[in-house]
Write a protein that binds this ligand. Structure first.
Ligand code: HAM
Length: 462
């Protein structure tokens, strides 16, 4: 058949190759474990939702909704979008399934793909993964602090050097007061603002604070700060969040420019990441309170707070910081076969071992023994079981110790017992070896110490 042209990966998308899977597994395991400890249950929502869900929650004037959504109309005329984030879907699901009738707060978490048609670059994809935690139905600031702590502990326990930047954007009353003075401030210097900010000034003034244009940033340096405009309730609330963080020894930096790129936030807002060039935060994630979102989506007023972290960004940081992560566990047993009859028996033997929970692997399509032993070596198995015509006739199987090369004949009916016996032995052997190694190191160290002490006492005597 004629060779056709090659079809490549879609721009902005990424394959997660087998070699990288241990990074993903590690993060998934950490997320599941901390979710279990803090009482969060997993909720998976669909990749596709009504476009209105995101328009209403994230905000029509935001970059995400305005420029970055993958939206389409179905044959039936429904306007749908691939989700650009999961908070809106979680709140939709909370309302739709009557979760407000459950004991509050309802604590939910997720781990899934998001889609944003942004300009692809390092660490920025059009399909990317986030894990996120959301607590709905409680306005106690201790919940804010716990969510910040969870975002911090997950990343810190992965070995990353983490920084938190935190702000309060106050409740509606505080923000109204603040936005009035902020608008006045920027209006006086409107001609110095970039084109996008001149537009934002009318519809989304708060977002001027995190514009990346250096001229806008210069103006922002002198801009009024939200913390000076918080009413008593918002200020007390923020102070309590900070106090709880202090109790947990979580270091944070106040940054009054953190306003987040989504419209649903109020009160606490934070970003989490590592320090980049010039002290700028390279964000892995962010979150905040969103007490008004449930009622915006047709539900009862429900206080809520949450965060999401980008998985690709975390993995990039693990690579960059050369953080060693556990390798995928090596298998114990390889099943090799020689000849057509043996192959049929090997199929059954392998299935038996798998069901008995042995870490066994195979390559039934290979015919030569050397090939199979090579694979067994490469995979690092401890023992290879070899089945040939002779073994079938005798109801036996050869077991080869891959380290010593010694082969023994065992009764096929006792294969489970024989493997178990050897595996236990090899575990004990490796423990003994490790303790011997440790003892040797301790001996060496004490010898060195003794030498130093001897030298010092000699010097003193002199
Ligand atoms: P966000 O700040 O839009 O918040 O996204 C959180 C994280 O997702 C970012 O810090 C980044 O690591 C990752 N991320 C965003 N866009 C991309 C991209 N194009 N490529 C790779 N990674 C990306 C939210 O999504 C909110 N839903 C967070 C939240 C949850 N707030 C309350 N609850």
């Amino acid at each position: 058949m004629a060779r056709r042209s090659k079809i490549n990966l879609v721009k902005g998308m990424k394959d997660i190759l087998p070699d990288e899977q241990n990074y993903w597994n590690l993060i998934k395991e950490k997320v599941d474990k901390i979710a279990y400890n803090y009482g969060f249950s997993r909720l998976d929502t669909p990749l596709v939702e009504y476009t209105d869900l995101f328009k209403r929650s994230i905000g029509e004037e935001t970059d995400i909704v305005n420029k970055e959504m993958y939206s389409f109309t179905t044959k039936g005329g429904n306007k749908l979008s691939l989700r650009p984030e999961s908070t809106a879907s979680i709140v939709r699901s909370y309302i739709e399934h009557g979760m407000l009738n459950l004991p509050q707060p309802v604590k939910l978490y997720y781990f899934g793909q998001q889609f944003r048609h942004d300009k692809p670059q390092k660490g920025r994809y059009r399909q990317f993964w986030q894990f996120g935690f959301e607590a709905l139905g409680d306005n106690d600031p201790i919940i804010d602090a716990q969510l910040i702590a969870i975002s911090y502990f997950i990343l810190q326990e992965l070995g990353l050097d983490i920084e938190i930047q935190i702000n309060s954007i106050g409740d509606e009353e505080s923000r109204k007061k603040y936005l009035k003075v902020l608008k006045q401030y920027y209006n006086l210097q409107k001609n110095k603002l970039c084109a996008a900010c001149q537009k934002r000034l009318v519809k989304n003034t708060l977002r001027l604070l995190d514009c990346k244009n250096y001229k806008c940033q210069e103006l922002t340096e002198e801009a009024p700060q939200i913390l000076d405009y918080l009413n008593e309730e918002s200020r007390d609330n923020f102070m309590m969040v900070l106090e709880y963080l202090d109790e947990l020894d979580i270091v944070y930096n106040l940054n009054t420019k953190i306003v987040r790129g989504l419209d649903y936030y109020n009160k606490t807002a934070w970003e989490i990441g590592e320090k980049g060039q010039g002290g700028k935060l390279l964000a892995f994630g962010g979150g905040g309170r969103y007490d008004g979102l449930a009622s915006l989506l047709g539900g009862r007023e429900t206080p809520a707070v949450g965060f999401a972290i980008g998985v690709e960004r975390v993995i990039m940081a693990l690579h960059k910081n050369k953080i060693e992560i556990p390798k995928i566990e090596k298998p114990d047993i390889y099943v090799a076969q020689l000849g057509s009859e043996a192959r049929k028996e090997a199929l059954k033997l392998f299935e038996y071992l798998r069901k008995e929970d042995f870490k066994a692997i195979e390559n039934m399509s290979k015919k030569g023994l050397r090939d199979q032993l090579d694979i067994a070596h490469r995979k690092g198995v401890k023992y290879t079981l070899i089945l040939g015509q002779k073994e079938i006739n005798d109801n036996t199987v050869l077991i080869r110790d891959m380290e010593s090369g010694v082969q023994e004949i065992i009764d096929i009916n006792k294969v489970k017992k024989e493997i178990e016996k050897r595996l236990v032995k090899s575990v004990t052997k490796s423990i003994i070896l490790k303790t011997k190694k440790k003892k040797k190191i301790v001996k060496k160290k004490t010898k060195k110490k003794k030498k130093i002490v001897k030298k010092k006492t000699k010097k003193k005597k002199k």
